[in-house]
Design a protein around this ligand. Structure first.
Ligand code: NAD
Ligand code: UDP
Ligand code: UDP
Length: 316
């Protein structure tokens, strides 16, 4: 719908009260946009957006993306979906519905409005990968019927939908494959490794290393990731992705645990717990595409990002 009086860009962020969504809303408001934050508060909290609620260009809408949505916006960032394995496996059927019905509804909205739409996809598209580091051309190794499948296959189907809406209907789409991202506003009980280790370390409790701790991940600080999102949304129409966004510096979980213990200065010991089913052995993004097409690469080293995240958890 053509607007009569206002030149501010109106941007919808689904999952806007979550970890990444709340940082994205804050950043978009800071850039002068009008932000509609949508969330069903499954894993997100009002606390994450409490500081934004009084802002004249910010609006919160409690809504579930599996139901149709009729609003008027210029751009859509589709982040709604639980991201922690503990959360997405809590109600796996709802997880698939959120990814698939959510994508259909948001693409339908984008189609009606001719709005640009960005999908928060994931490195889980690659499953437990045989190609290392992972490039966007790699099709992945995903178990279609395991406990992680609701998330992995849901996100894969969402990517399919995005590309079919592009091919069939000419929509302007952007697909970001996000690798493990951490930072302030992860939930204390989120269950993901960085928040778990920090919360355990600060409390002087044992650090739970799943399996032998030799599996690897590559951790991106939230500010870097948000910068990548915005560059991708603002890129030329032909830049659709999928594009890897993550920090290519790889660590084992044992190294991460040792770093956290050294930083919090606590007395925590490492304890071993069973490795979750289908837990990927290794994960590291190849970010050549993001460098070339978006001029993007992460700036915050894990040591610095951990300091900021530890400060946050000390204060909560
Ligand atoms: P998060 O759990 O903190 O945020 C997800 C948000 O979506 C929450 O606020 C939750 O309440 C909301 N939500 C869930 N289901 C919904 C529904 N049906 N309708 C409306 N809202 C719903 O997780 P996050 O880390 O901020 O992840 C955001 C997005 O980024 C997710 O799509 C996730 O898959 C993707 N992602 C994140 C990472 C990461 O490392 N943080 C990595 C890969 C992909
Ligand atoms: N949709 C929505 N908001 C809109 C337009 C569509 O939520 O502004 C939903 C609609 O309910 C539908 C889905 O998006 O289920 C897909 O829409 P599309 O137009 O692609 O498909 P169709 O309605 O033709 O099945
Ligand atoms: N992990 C761990 N201890 C924990 C939580 C996670 O050792 O308390 C491991 C987990 O098995 C995985 C890695 O840390 O190998 C990253 O797990 P996370 O749940 O953060 O995300 P994933 O990348 O598996 O989606």
């Amino acid at each position: 719908m053509t607007r009569l009086y206002d030149s501010q860009k109106r941007i919808l962020v689904t999952g806007g009260a979550g970890f990444l969504g709340s940082h994205l809303c804050e950043r978009l408001l800071g850039e002068g946009h009008d932000v509609l934050c949508l969330d069903n508060l499954f894993t997100g909290t009002k606390r994450n957006i409490a500081h934004l609620l009084g802002h004249p260009s910010f609006e919160f809408l409690r809504h579930d993306v599996t139901f149709p949505l009729f609003v008027e916006v210029d751009e859509i960032y589709n982040l709604a979906c639980p991201a922690s394995p503990v959360h997405y496996q809590h109600d796996p059927i709802q997880t698939t519905k959120t990814s698939v019905h959510g994508a259909i509804n948001m693409l339908g909205l984008a189609k009606r409005l001719r709005a640009k739409i960005l999908q928060a996809s994931t490195s889980e598209i690659y499953g437990d990968p045989e190609v290392h580091p992972q490039t966007e051309e790699y099709w992945g190794r995903v178990n279609p019927i395991g406990p992680r499948s609701c998330y992995d296959e849901g996100k894969r189907c969402a990517e399919t939908l995005f590309f079919d809406y592009r091919r069939q209907l000419g929509l302007s789409i952007k697909v970001a494959r996000i690798f493990n991202t951490y930072g302030p506003r992860m939930h204390r009980a989120d269950g993901r490794v960085v928040s778990n280790f920090i919360v355990q370390g600060l409390a002087g409790e044992p650090i739970t290393l799943y399996g032998d701790g030799e599996q690897s991940r590559s951790f991106c600080y939230v500010d870097d990731l948000i910068d990548g999102f915005i560059r991708l949304m603002d890129s030329p129409d032909e830049v659709t992705g999928p594009i890897n966004l993550g920090n290519p510096v790889e660590f084992t979980m044992r190294q991460l645990a040792e770093m956290v213990i050294a930083k919090v200065g606590g007395s925590s010991k490492l304890v071993h717990a069973p490795l979750p089913i289908d837990d990927p052995r290794q994960r590291q993004p190849n970010i050549d595409k993001a460098r070339a097409l978006l001029g993007w690469e992460p700036k915050v080293a894990l040591a610095d990002g951990l300091d900021r995240t530890i400060d946050y958890f000390r204060g909560t």
